[in-house]
Design a protein around this ligand. Structure first.
Ligand code: DX5
Ligand code: ZN
Length: 221
């Protein structure tokens, strides 16, 4: 297995040229494409739904798509996202009535399942379902918007989750999302993350190759 998974968040991409912009970050060396779904209910913003993902697959985007659902309720849209071409589907535990059922629904539709924690969401949502997870996402900003500042309390939370994963000998991706930039990514990796969602930290630059090279240099991979 590869050590790090770089996941550009297309929330900061140019929506008028989404397919092209995504192909560019893939060519520059991304591992996953992070697809942020917002419903103006669970979070105070609105982004994109499964139809956009379906069109991206038709445009020939073949990279793994990591769907981050910031929606409530969760279950209704899982079949559509899976059918549209999602590889990972991650949701927030407090947005569903039945966490285990939602995880199973994702798996039944052939996708890998992730659980997302807001900065103030306690880690005890991991109890009893840890072994069902393929990915744990720690939000390092409050969800809803790109281009916010990384909350330093995330470092301790990362260390805690890394300890939980390793002490149970599990192969779960530990992803961090929000305010990740070239100048803090090394410390984030050192705290235990192995997947990095980066929106503005990539898309605000005109040369994706250059910025992704710099990020990889920081991570030494
Ligand atoms: C925020 C989203 C993030 C966001 C990250 O709710 O989940 O994926 O796009 O953007 P940056 O990297 O700009 O903080
Ligand atoms: Zn996200």
């Amino acid at each position: 297995m590869k050590k790090f998974f770089l996941a550009p968040s297309i929330l900061s991409a140019d929506f008028a040229r989404l397919g092209e912009d995504i192909q560019k970050v893939i060519d520059a060396g991304s591992d996953l494409i992070h697809f942020d779904v917002m419903d103006n209910h669970y979070v105070p913003n609105l982004s994109m739904g499964p139809m956009v993902l379906e069109s991206l697959r038709k445009y020939n985007i073949t990279a793994p798509i990591d769907v981050h659902l910031m929606i409530q309720p969760v279950d209704n849209l899982i079949p559509q996202f899976a059918k549209a071409g999602a590889n990972f589907i991650t949701f927030h535990p407090e947005a569903t009535q039945h966490i285990e059922r939602t995880l199973q629904l994702i798996k039944d539709h052939g996708c890998k399942a992730g659980l997302a924690f807001n900065p103030a969401t306690p880690l005890n949502f991991l109890d009893y379902i840890l072994e069902k997870l393929d990915l744990i996402l720690l939000m390092s900003v409050n969800p809803g918007f790109g281009n916010q500042s990384f909350l330093p309390a995330t470092f301790n939370k990362l260390r805690e989750v890394r300890k939980i994963i390793d002490s149970n000998f599990l192969d779960i991706i530990l992803q961090v999302d929000g305010g990740v930039k070239v100048d803090n990514i090394a410390e984030i990796a050192f705290s235990g993350a192995n997947s990095f969602v980066i929106g503005s930290g990539i898309f605000k630059f005109s040369n994706y190759n250059l910025i992704i090279q710099e990020i990889r240099k920081e991570l030494k991979y």
